[in-house]
Design a binder for this molecule. Structure first.
Ligand SMILES: Nc1nc2c(ncn2[C@@H]2O[C@H](COP(=O)(O)OP(=O)(O)O)[C@@H](O)[C@H]2O)c(=O)[nH]1
Ligand SMILES: [Mg+2]
Length: 634
């Protein structure tokens, strides 16, 4: 069944709670103090099933908010997740301060649709009602509640007049309201925490996106604690999952109520990090005073609130009615994602002065110039999802953006990111190296840098075949996937050649002359045949048909290619001999798990001069470990 969340808004005593009660039969004022004082202090909840125009059932979850100016912060905790608003205005009082403030808040949060309800119609005569209706219509003109497109309904919760019409309008609007995205990553802002006898810890909230399943693991932010969902209730009924748009209660295992509070957020585990610096677009109300750079404000988003210091980007002051880009430094870390709407209130006296939209909450990967940052944020503010993703990729420069990082930065599901990436790659707007996304321009410049580095190496080392892969990667300072990707692409285009661990320019590798090639084979054979009882390097070099310099060059090549391995100044072994040694040592672990220099010497018929470097080599390779005078085979 479709679920739509409807919030009330309006001045205190204008009949919001009475209206919810008249519609649902449920009293949203649940606290004893609320009943005693006859006012709403905290959020109240109720629900109702209606039939849409095509007879389809629709679940309406009501969030009733307090109207008193002292409790606007509680109002803000409730209004963050609503789809539709009932702007409640008492016919006998018309527009009052919190009518304006709540209405501003709804506009700033970009609530799309709603109904204006003139309550207490029984208290005024028809002429007065008409005057109020006109006054209200005037007030709403040009807004999302413009009377040309949104209904104004007069009702009396006392006599029941107008309630049927209100229900019809509500059902029609709810049917037209786009359902929240249940296929997205789930986020549940917590609005209540309590203990239930026989169940333990329970939290409730309006599920703003995604789906939560019973028995799944969730992560709490801030803090990062991982919890298991023991049970799910939707609008008061047990269920095995909750979907976006539903009033959701979760019974959580492994956590005390004292560790939980309104304002915290539940998400899938290991996906997101809360942030203390966020980039936003900020809209200042016309009624506000100019906002200066570095001002401190109260910051409200979903059910959370904290204090923020505003750094205006590219301006010293924001004028009333203006919008601008800003960076906020939050006193407490919050889990925020691009697109989240927030409200800011003046530090003191506390009144609503503006709001806006989160553009980016990811940690800055590095320092960037102010203009570059502004351009980046403008793209996020105005660009398409494709352009925004490309901007995020470019921001990571040569590191690229991994798909997991893109999920963490945007809150989009992995499948959505993959889909965007695939279509951008198809039009050559991005390059993908394994799980990393890079801009084609960056890849081109990395290709050039890499080629230049290899050329440079050849110039400096004319006698060496090429540069070692790892050395090249470290010189360039690249992430492994990026390096592999760049190298592969250069090799594919025949710009470079990769032979084993060595990278060299095409045609630039050391070319051996015939007698050199012969010498190379001769050296290799000499060492291969010798096994561990290798000849001295000097002897081998002396026996070759080439001069000393060239012989030395050949040995260097063999060492680079790791055909020969140097274990000490005089001792060089063939790779195969060392591999055989390792295998033999590992194989005897079951029968003789320990050895010492003596037994090692006997085993291979070698002298101490050979045994010590070989044993040290085995230690380095973690085949053995030295314990006192002995070696333990690992
Ligand atoms: N006569 C009349 N009184 C109403 C109506 N709706 C609410 N009231 C009264 O107005 C007072 C405030 O109502 P309440 O729902 O608590 O207002 P809220 O602060 O906006 O939630 C209460 O005493 C209600 O009984 C109505 O339609 N007609
Ligand atoms: Mg109330």
């Amino acid at each position: 069944m479709k679920s739509v969340i409807v919030g009330t808004a309006g001045h205190i005593d204008h009949g919001k709670s009475a209206l919810v009660r008249a519609l649902t039969g449920i009293d949203p004022d649940r606290l004893a103090e609320e009943k005693r004082r006859g006012i709403t202090i905290d959020l109240g909840f109720a629900n109702l099933e209606l039939s849409g125009p095509a007879g389809e059932p629709i679940r309406i979850g009501f969030v009733d908010v307090p109207g008193h100016e002292r409790f606007v912060r509680n109002m803000l905790a409730g209004v963050g997740g609503i789809d539709l608003v009932l702007l409640v205005i008492a016919a006998d009082e018309a527009i009052k301060p919190q009518t304006r403030e709540h209405f501003d808040i709804c506009r700033l949060l970009a609530i799309q649709r709603g109904i204006t309800v003139l309550t207490k119609s029984d208290l005024v005569d028809p002429e007065t009602l008409e005057v109020v209706r006109m006054e209200v219509a005037d007030f709403l003109k040009g807004s999302f509640l413009d009377p040309a497109t949104s209904p104004i309904v007069a009702v009396s919760s006392k006599t029941g007049a107008g309630l049927d019409q209100l229900q019809l309008e509500l059902a029609r609007l709810a049917a037209e309201t786009a359902a929240k995205d249940s296929a997205a990553v789930f986020r549940l802002p917590i609005d209540r925490v309590f203990t239930m006898k026989g169940f333990g810890t329970v939290v409730t909230g309006t599920l703003i996106s995604g789906t939560i399943h019973k028995d799944h693991e969730v992560q709490l932010h801030p803090g990062g604690k991982r919890l298991r969902v023991r049970g799910v209730q939707v609008h008061g009924t047990a269920s095995d999952h909750a979907i976006a748009g539903q009033r959701t209660a979760l019974n959580l295992a492994g956590v005390e109520t004292t560790e939980l509070a309104r304002g915290m957020m539940l998400t899938p585990p290991q996906m997101f990090q809360p942030a203390q610096r966020v980039s936003v677009t900020l809209d200042l109300l016309r009624s506000a005073k100019p906002l200066r750079d570095r001002a401190r404000v109260h910051f409200h988003v979903f059910t959370a609130e904290t204090i923020a210091e505003v750094s205006l980007l590219g301006a010293k002051q924001l004028q009333p009615g203006e919008s601008g880009l800003a960076s906020l430094k939050l006193d407490d870390p919050l889990l925020l994602l691009p697109g989240d709407r927030f409200i800011v209130r003046q530090f003191s006296p506390v009144i609503t002065i503006g709001g806006g939209r989160v553009l980016d909450a990811a940690a800055q990967p590095r320092r960037i110039r102010a203009e570059e940052r502004l351009a980046f944020l403008r793209t996020l503010a105005k660009g398409s999802p494709e352009e925004a993703l490309l901007a995020r990729i470019s921001r990571r420069r040569e590191d690229g953006l991994s798909v997991a990082e893109a999920v963490a930065e945007t809150g989009c599901l992995r499948s959505r990111v993959e889909q965007l990436a695939a279509s951008l790659a198809a039009s050559s707007l991005l390059v993908r190296f394994e799980g990393l996304l890079l801009s084609p321009l960056m890849v081109e410049s990395l290709r050039e840098k890499t080629s230049a580095e290899v050329e440079q190496f050849h110039k400096a080392n004319p006698l060496v075949q090429g540069i070692g892969k790892e050395e090249l990667r470290e010189t360039l300072g690249l992430r492994e996937e990026v390096f592999r990707g760049v190298l592969d692409s250069l090799a594919r285009d025949k710009k470079l050649q990769v032979s084993g661990e060595i990278v060299h320019a095409t045609g630039k590798g050391v070319v051996l002359r015939d007698e050199e090639a012969e010498s190379k084979a001769q050296i290799e054979q000499a060492f291969a045949k010798a096994g561990l009882k290798v000849p001295s390097l000097k002897e081998v070099l002396a026996s070759l048909p080439v001069d000393r310099v060239r012989a030395q060059k050949i040995v260097t090549l063999l060492l680079r290619d790791r055909v020969l391995m140097k274990l000490s100044d005089e001792l060089v072994f063939h790779r195969d001999a060392l591999d055989a040694l390792r295998r033999q040592i590992v194989a005897q672990k079951a029968t003789t798990p320990k050895l010492n220099v003596g037994s090692f010497k006997d085993m291979f018929g070698i002298t101490r001069k050979y045994a010590i470097p070989l044993l040290e080599y085995l230690d380095r390779e973690r085949v053995t470990r030295r314990v006192g005078d002995e070696r333990v085979i690992l």
